[in-house]
Design a protein around this ligand. Structure first.
Ligand SMILES: Nc1ncnc2c1ncn2[C@@H]1O[C@H](COP(=O)(O)OP(=O)(O)OP(=O)(O)O)[C@@H](O)[C@H]1O
Ligand SMILES: [Mg+2]
Length: 341
């Protein structure tokens, strides 16, 4: 599906802004802080149902009492998002709802400068990255993640209460173990799938014979083991005031030629592997949910050398691409629409 236009009202710095999109590549050029990423954020919100970087209150333009995003697809379908300062509502296919319905959601491959630091970044940001990736591939995964996180928050709240008894945690422990194992299994099988293609795609970018792989680690082995461990750790968790064991500690690592990449891989190797991962993400979306993702590239061209830029353009030739780039003269109102390179 192709995005025809997106209209922002009171969305961050934009009081009112319309982006008309090219079916192939749309380039948004402007100075730092002129609101380029915000436009991608609005597109993402209307297609995925939530922002990739903030909560609604932060997005709402300061001093205003509502924001609105209206996205129109090429076939005339529209999605409208309205946040009134308290709650958010979606209007899609003439129906109002508090969440963007699955049918109205559309996949996106988002590439931000921070992704280029994925290899050496914190386990938290890697988990966040892969959760977004896998959540788009499977509704079941996305649900398990949101239920796990909710159960974890509730359990951690209870752990801070004074007269807590171990049995008060039981129902939360059951939820944690059920959804935790679902996440662990999902992560393991998606990582396996990534690894089937990782080296080949990497080599096509880096033009060498290196081997790359993604390693996934979880302390959790099974529901019964997880449950037993939560029970065993009760006193400790109470002292700490949070849950110390679970899939919220999972980690991913990049491996170059059988060696952990963290710290040892070169900048170029890291960049090529992240690029490869993005290409695989688009491939997996196509294969699993049978939709061609829209690609949002936030300020990444300037971070890549010419060879990798060309790779990026070539690989996403068939996708609609909306990209931002820092330019000193133009402002957002003179947003330029460039032809594919
Ligand atoms: N809720 C808000 N209300 C008003 N302005 C906001 C709000 N949130 C962010 N801003 C402003 O919007 C601008 C940031 O927008 P954005 O991140 O989209 O810019 P950008 O063009 O991507 O910048 P850069 O090139 O540095 O990445 C900043 O000037 C920021 O102060
Ligand atoms: Mg930006």
């Amino acid at each position: 599906m192709i995005v025809r236009s997106v209209k922002l009202t009171n969305f961050r710095s934009h009081e009112s802004f319309v982006l008309n999109c090219n079916p192939q590549t749309t380039t948004i050029i402007g100075e730092n802080g002129c609101g380029k990423t915000s436009v991608l954020e609005a597109v993402y919100e209307a297609m995925q149902g939530k922002s990739f970087r903030a909560v609604d209150r932060e997005i709402l333009r300061r001093g205003k009492d509502f924001y609105r995003v209206e996205l129109e697809y090429e076939d005339g379908r529209r999605v409208v998002v309205v946040f009134d300062g308290v709650k958010k509502e979606f209007l899609a296919e003439d129906k109002k709802s508090r969440r963007l319905p699955k049918k109205a959601r559309y996949p996106i491959v988002l590439f931000e400068p921070d992704d280029l630091h994925l290899v050496g970044s914190s386990p938290v940001s890697r988990r966040g990255y892969f959760d977004r990736f896998f959540g788009q591939l499977s509704e079941k995964y996305a649900m398990a993640l949101s239920r796990y996180n909710k159960a974890l928050r509730q359990r951690n709240e209870l752990l801070k209460e004074e007269n807590l008894r171990q049995e008060d945690l039981f129902s939360w422990d059951i939820l944690l173990t059920r959804y935790g194992v679902e996440l662990m299994e999902g992560r393991r099988s998606y990582v396996e799938k990534i690894n089937e293609r990782f080296t080949e795609v990497y080599r096509s970018i880096a033009e060498n014979d290196d081997e790359v792989a993604l390693d996934y680690y979880s302390e959790v082995k099974s529901e019964s083991e997880f449950l037993a461990r939560l029970e065993k750790d009760f006193e400790r968790d109470r002292l700490l005031g949070h849950t110390s064991y679970g899939v919220h500690h999972d980690n991913y690592e990049f491996i170059f030629n059988q060696v952990k990449a963290d710290g040892s891989a070169s900048r170029g190797e890291v960049r090529s592997s992240v690029l490869a991962l993005k290409f695989i993400e688009a491939e997996m979306i196509m294969e699993i949910i049978r939709k061609r993702p829209v690609v949002l590239l936030d300020d990444v061209f300037s971070e890549l050398d010419e060879i990798r830029q060309k790779c990026l353009v070539r690989n996403f030739q068939e996708n609609q691409v909306i990209l931002t780039s820092v330019g000193s003269k133009e402002d957002l109102t003179s947003c330029v629409v460039l032809k594919r390179m």
